[in-house]
Design a binder for this molecule. Structure first.
Ligand SMILES: [Zn+2]
Length: 523
């Protein structure tokens, strides 16, 4: 039976990886690229980690699967309440579950939004989980004891550390970028060792892992990594950070080499990213814009709440809940609820679109809004219920800012990194074409490609296609694309969560909020 290795690099982009392959930092990736197939993998319309990864592993767009952001706001009419999205919000069957019911064993390590964890034949170790909750959030739970018996295993290093995160928050940067990179080197070593341990002791048919340090390092250190902004004469701290970034990618190259070798010569390896990366130039204060339009009101004299918002819900009729959403929610009145009159919805929304398109770079007068996504078009489907009415695509693909401020649009004092649509697709191994350039793929194409690699039929309700250009003609002749029955999709309750799942505890929520704040997803 064929073995498939799926290595997801959160936020990986060809513009960063290619030079590292060519300058000798990532010699094994160079082998994979030159001896395999390569292409651009486009992210979801809004290139954010939770929706993009969920699309990657379900083959369905966000309007179908319903996992749209890190934080979910629900309007009870009086005010908006915030909770964390989790695996229960995903309405569509994952490739782990699909492969399982077709008798394939799986392992999935460090994927976000995996909790509460769904039992599978194989292993799931969730990403973005506090180390204190790791034991009860992994499957099977007893696997934690096996890991604990390993001398190298340290859950505090593998998971994000709360105290460390607080230091890294950009508003009070007590943690130097070099320390940030060093932490992520140590984290990736942990995840790599878990994967290697499993591949040696109990391999599966589909073996998948996320290395998310790529995203984290690029968020904080983009200005050093991009030749356009790299300082000509880096100071001592910058030199140290640059050396550690090189070490990070060099170690990642070694990890992937060892995993590919362990998978054996008959395996197929796919390297994919949930989105690309690029320079983050503008601060766009979206709630300040809505305030100036007379649609949003701040609460007087009160500290911001946990989400970083400080809104008077009795008067606010349009708001942006999270920086990561890039979205505007419009509240529609009814039954005594605050909001705009239903018959004015189109007029208000069209007015906002026109005004947003007028927002300009104060220095060169160029528009800063590249596109505006409509809920009914870009989040069509039952999973789009909680999507924003409008989602902004900025010219720098940056996330918006939710805080008040004197100016709506400003250039950031220092260029940071942010998510861009063009991510990475590399394929290598038995039956994979050598030196092939694959046409641009969509995120919905990953799941059918992985299932096809496993020798499984592609569910009829999948929205994408297998990346046939990545496979050799002879291999495809022996392994033709097969269509199968539809994958499960829930009409009411999500597919993947166990019935007894519990809500995230307050400290787990606080932990995630600190992570999101450090990365600029919330204020
Ligand atoms: Zn990501």
């Amino acid at each position: 039976m064929p073995t498939t290795l799926m290595i997801a690099l959160d936020g990986a982009t060809h513009t960063i990886l290619d030079p590292l392959m060519d300058d000798g930092t990532m010699p094994f990736f160079k082998q994979l690229r030159d001896g395999g197939a390569r292409g651009v993998l486009k992210s979801t319309d809004h290139p954010l980690t939770p929706p993009a990864f969920t699309t990657m592993i379900t083959g369905r767009s966000p309007g179908r699967h319903g996992l749209l952001d890190f934080i979910k706001g629900e309007d009870d009419g009086e005010q908006v309440f915030f909770t964390l999205y989790d695996a229960r919000d995903n309405r569509c069957e994952t490739i782990w579950a699909i492969a399982n019911r077709l008798n394939r064993k799986v392992m999935a390590l460090n994927f976000v939004m995996s909790t509460p964890v769904a039992p599978v034949c194989g292993y799931i170790v969730p990403g973005m989980t506090h180390w204190k909750h790791l034991r009860r959030h992994m499957h099977p739970p007893e696997f934690f004891e096996k890991l604990k018996a390993q001398p190298w295993f340290d859950p505090k290093v593998m998971c994000w550390d709360f105290d460390h995160m607080e230091k890294a928050i950009s508003a009070k940067p007590e943690m130097a970028p070099s320390e940030w990179v060093r932490d992520h080197i140590a984290r990736e070593r942990q995840w790599f060792q878990v994967m290697r341990f499993l591949m040696k002791k109990d391999p599966a048919d589909l073996m998948a892992i996320v290395f998310d340090g790529v995203d984290k390092v690029q968020h904080v250190c983009w200005d050093l990594m991009d030749p356009a902004t790299r300082p000509a004469h880096p100071d001592a701290e910058q030199q140290e950070t640059l050396a550690l970034i090189r070490q990070y990618f060099s170690e990642l190259d070694g990890f992937v080499r060892e995993l590919v070798e362990l998978a054996g010569p008959r395996a197929q390896t796919f390297i994919v990213s949930d989105h690309g990366f690029g320079p983050f130039i503008y601060t766009v204060r979206l709630n300040q814009f809505l305030h100036e339009q007379g649609l949003l009101f701040w609460k007087d004299g009160e500290a911001a709440d946990a989400e970083g918002l400080n809104l008077d819900w009795s008067r606010t009729v349009a708001y942006c809940p999270t920086q990561s959403s890039n979205g505007i929610f419009i509240r529609v009145a009814g039954n005594g609820r605050p909001g705009i009159a239903p018959e004015r919805y189109d007029e208000v929304r069209n007015g906002l679109i026109a005004k947003l398109r007028e927002l300009r770079d104060p220095e060169n007068g160029q528009p800063v809004v590249k596109d505006i996504l409509l809920k009914e078009k870009h989040f069509a489907g039952p999973g789009g219920r909680l999507a924003p009415d409008l989602t902004l695509v900025l010219v720098d693909h940056g996330f918006v800012n939710t805080s008040p401020g004197a100016r709506i649009v400003e250039r950031k004092p220092q260029v940071k990194g942010t998510h861009y649509p063009d991510g990475v697709f590399l394929a290598h191994g038995a039956g994979i074409r050598k030196g092939a350039n694959v046409p641009t793929l969509a995120m919905v194409d990953v799941a059918p490609t992985i299932l096809h690699s496993l020798g499984l039929p592609i569910p009829s309700n999948f929205e994408g296609r297998a990346a046939v250009e990545a496979f050799e003609a002879e291999w495809l002749a022996e392994n033709p694309i097969e269509k199968g029955p539809p994958a499960r999709e829930e009409t009411d309750s999500p597919a993947t969560a166990p019935a007894a799942a519990e809500a995230a505890s307050e400290d787990a929520k606080k932990e995630v909020y600190e992570q999101l704040r450090a990365l600029g997803y919330i204020e």
